[in-house]
Design a binder for this molecule. Structure first.
Ligand code: PLP
Length: 381
């Protein structure tokens, strides 16, 4: 029999769909200067000072493997800050520098999930939460939050079985922009304690919070992995940096697995990131304020035509397609693309296909154009 590479593909790879976001990008490839509301990253560039520091690090020969867990100069201040923010016990808390928050999700699941274990998260969800458990032979369990996208404790608890091991929370949320309240976080922490769940708190959008950021971490010493990212905060999605803090027993295993997978986070990026912890030169608040204005612009521009849960953070809005189910979000997204506007249909992030994701990380001109197109499309349904 001739060699056929396709016959070699493992079930775990076949179980994962290509990202629906990529499909939108493929459809959009032929558009000229589209209004692009589909991009999950800030529209500002990395601050100059961080660029200079990364270049300096390269010239200074910081181009080799770093220790698996990251450079001590970066770990120490981040750990100190984590302990101050969470009041976690120092003796049981460790911190691992990651090649992006994504690496933290991968390693956390590899370190904790056995086949058949169940992973809870709220629907709508960030796509990796749905696919990564499957790579470990585990079962993703999405807990419905429609129509308000709030955490409903009774729904969460109803989804727990003896196989439930992990609960992933993301606030501010991708794709809804919803931020969880203290009451919601307290309810989730109580459920996690009652059922001995490990909580992964994905805080990659913590800088993009239009009120003080609240974290569940504080309530769960020894029972939470707190994931932080640099990608969105500093507009450096391509640089690959993040970190995870949590109980020593789990961080030790994640570090061991990092040794045989990601090896270490990019060396020059770790050195550049020292600038964010050793000094306070890099103030991102003007960008965050600008994004808050963009959020208001879009919410105000769309609220008469679409049902919207006004988001408290990140740079996303997740409006409902009008027309009471007359058309799916996928059809609506195709109509938008035909009008030169890129949005992501809800079924990429959800078991439902009734809403769509807008990223407002773009210029005010483009936002105004996109709002006009969306209002026109809503009138035509
Ligand atoms: N978590 C969430 C909720 C995200 O939206 C993203 C990226 O879009 C990530 C994690 C991964 O980010 P990175 O690996 O760039 O840190």
């Amino acid at each position: 029999m001739p060699f056929n590479a396709e016959t070699l593909i493992a079930q775990r790879a076949l179980a994962v769909d290509a990202s629906g976001i990529r499909k939108v990008f493929d459809l959009a490839a032929n558009l000229k200067d589209p209004v692009n509301f589909s991009i999950g990253q800030p529209d500002f560039d990395v601050p100059e000072r961080l660029k200079e520091k990364a270049i300096e690090a390269i010239h200074a020969g910081k181009n080799r493997y770093t220790p698996t867990q990251g450079i001590a100069e970066l770990i120490d201040p981040l750990l100190k800050k984590t302990l101050a923010d969470t009041a976690w016990p120092a003796e049981d808390t460790c911190l691992l520098i990651l090649s992006g928050t994504s690496a933290g999700l991968v390693l956390a699941m590899m370190a904790t999930l056995n086949p058949g274990d169940e992973v809870l998260f709220l629907d709508p969800y960030f796509v990796m939460y749905h696919h990564l458990p499957k790579l470990c032979g585990a079962v993703p369990v999405a807990v419905d939050t429609y129509p308000d996208f709030r955490l409903h404790p009774e729904r969460l608890e109803a989804a727990i079985t003896p196989r439930t091991k992990l609960l992933i929370l993301c606030s501010p949320n991708n794709p809804t922009g919803i931020t969880l309240t203290q009451a919601e976080l307290d309810a989730a922490a109580a459920i996690a304690k009652k059922h001995n769940l490990l909580v992964i708190s994905d805080e990659i959008y913590d800088a993009f919070c239009y009120q003080p950021h609240l974290s569940i971490a504080k309530s769960l010493p020894g029972q939470c992995l707190m994931l932080k990212g640099y990608s969105k905060t500093y507009g450096m999605t391509g640089w690959r940096l993040g970190y995870v803090a949590g109980p020593k027993a789990i961080i030790d295993q994640m570090t061991k697995l990092q040794q045989y997978t990601f090896v270490c986070a990019p060396s020059m990026v770790q050195y550049a990131a020292l600038e964010t912890v050793l000094t306070h030169h890099i103030d991102m608040t003007p960008f965050v304020r600008a994004y808050q204005k963009k959020r208001d612009l879009v919410v105000n521009g769309l609220k008469d035509s679409f049902e919207i849960n006004a988001p408290g953070g990140a740079f996303y809005i997740f409006p409902k397609v009008p027309g009471n189910g007359k058309i799916t979000a996928t059809t609506f997204a195709q109509q938008a693309i035909a009008n030169n506007l890129l949005i992501i249909p809800g079924n990429v992030f959800s078991s439902r296909d009734t809403h769509f994701r807008i990223s407002y990380a773009t210029t005010d001109d483009k936002l105004a154009q996109g709002i006009d197109i969306l209002r026109k499309l809503a009138r035509e349904i």
